[in-house]
Design a protein around this ligand. Sequence first.
Ligand code: AKG
Ligand code: FE2
Length: 248
Amino acid sequence: MVKAREKWGFFKLMDHGVPSEVVENFTSRLHELFDLPMEQKLRGGKTSSLPLGNTMIEYMEEMDKLGMIIMEMLAHGLGLADDFFSKNFEEKEVTIFRISRYPPCPLPEKIVGIGIHSDSQALTILYQDQVGGIQVLKDDKQWIGVRPLPNSFVINIADTLEHVWTNGRLKSVIHRAVVNKEKQRLSIAYFMNPTSSATIECPQQLIDSVSNPRKYVPFTWGELRHLLLTTRRVRGKTVAINNFLISS
Ligand SMILES: O=C(O)CCC(=O)C(=O)O
Ligand SMILES: [Fe+2]
């Protein structure tokens, strides 16, 4: 039986069939882009002239496949039908990912790469190169660096999966990225977004009316996505989902 991990885990490429050349092709194209002189980079800002080509599409396809497998593992671990989450991702509409290049920084103790936050969507598949910089908050007090492992992704549970879809059973991870003096760093956060029409509702099996009463009314992903785009985050927290809280 596959157990869903709390917070985050590592999944090796070879275990789940993401061909390493897909990752290498995409990331080496990104490095080519980073290395362009600034004027050319700005002119290349139009998507059509970015030297990414099919490498990005291939990467996205692999991330979607991997994301579905992880969704199935999580559902299985929670005792739900394997496709409980994954069936809501089948229609591809919106893909969001953040490519971050962190240049070497002369004052790493004074500058954060990405500030404290949790991700808003369901799940994040994070590629990081071997430099390292992402840290996760343990027990609300201690920052732990996530050591880069070759051929691996970091999997973050995001807010929608914690708060709404599992009523707090899975934990969304609070994280940040720090910078360093010596080396440039690359990360690619691929956010798994459900289909707009998908209804996000915690299944009855995960609810206990006494110890874990239902916290949110059902809503569609489209409704939440609209709010995510129009509501400010507060101290890195997604407050948009608060609109669906059941008032006590
Ligand atoms: O750069 C990293 O390691 C983290 C990126 C991240 O958390 C994000 O893009 O949401
Ligand atoms: Fe993040």
